[in-house]
Design a binder for this molecule. Structure first.
Ligand code: UDP
Length: 243
């Protein structure tokens, strides 16, 4: 049996959350004036900003695609985002995450509307306490909407995992490090499709299914918080314009 350090007997986690509870989420849209679209997310102690440029002419031109826009993503952690200063040079992990973030966002965008252009997404992790790839995807999807880029649905992302033998939603860094498994997931809730599914660790098939269900539940909650954040910005703007 486990000697539990992160979850007490009544199923309450070190930060006071229930097993199936998300960390507090704060979302803000349009935080950068120099990008075409932007969004900021705080999910517990993780803080991430996303900026979008485009659609814009792609350079070098020979890379441009004749039938659609090229989506390019960069996931990067600031040197001060983690306890041990991180080198600003892109690590293997950041290169991998840039790829999975691109693949998570790509199916949501009508890339075919903008042939020969590029859409560039920059995700900068300002403070990391677990779940930064998912927070980055959630923020980037809002930044795309803020840039006025037509999408099929918002992409909402969240991880779930197994910690000290129990299934938990939205792992912190400490939970991630102690976990038996961790499953980051991104979905387009209105379309019922999964755009990111990774797994670190070992699970039985039944455990995997339960954890995916838990992560889907978390993503759906994040989806409604994203919608509220969009409304908070754009309904307010519409009211000012109509006055
Ligand atoms: N982390 C770190 N240094 C690194 C990379 C990660 O301290 O160079 C921490 C950070 O808090 C991060 C957590 O480990 O959020 C989990 O990292 P993982 O690779 O699982 O990605 P994430 O859960 O952030 O998407």
């Amino acid at each position: 049996m486990f000697s539990r350090k992160l979850i007490d007997e009544s199923g309450i986690r070190a930060d006071g959350r229930r097993l199936d509870e998300l960390r507090p989420i704060k979302l803000e849209i349009g935080v950068l004036s120099n990008a075409d679209g932007s969004a900021y997310i705080e999910q517990g102690k993780s803080k991430v900003i996303a900026a979008v440029y485009g659609p814009r002419e792609l350079h070098p031109k020979h890379l441009s695609l004749p039938d659609r826009a090229m989506l390019r993503c960069r996931y990067h952690m600031a040197p001060f985002s983690v306890e041990q200063r991180k080198s600003p040079a892109p690590s293997r992990r950041e290169m991998e995450l840039s790829k999975v973030v691109r693949e998570a966002l790509e199916p949501s965008i009508f890339l075919e509307y903008y042939p020969r252009t590029s859409i560039d997404v920059f995700i900068e992790v300002l403070e990391a306490d677990g779940g930064t790839r998912c927070a980055g995807i959630t923020a980037a999807s809002l930044a795309l909407a803020d840039a006025g880029i037509p999408t099929r649905d918002l992409v909402s992302a969240c991880a779930a995992g197994k910690v000290e033998g129990l299934f938990v939603l939205d792992l912190t860094d400490a939970e991630d490090k102690a976990s038996e498994a961790d499953v980051p997931l991104a979905i387009m809730p209105n379309l019922g499709s999964i755009t990111l599914l990774q797994m670190d660790g070992m699970l039985t098939l039944d455990e995997f299914q339960s954890i995916v269900e838990l992560a889907v539940k978390g993503c759906k909650q994040i989806h409604s918080i994203q919608r509220e954040a969009l409304k908070a910005k754009y309904v307010a703007v519409k009211e000012v314009v109509e006055e």
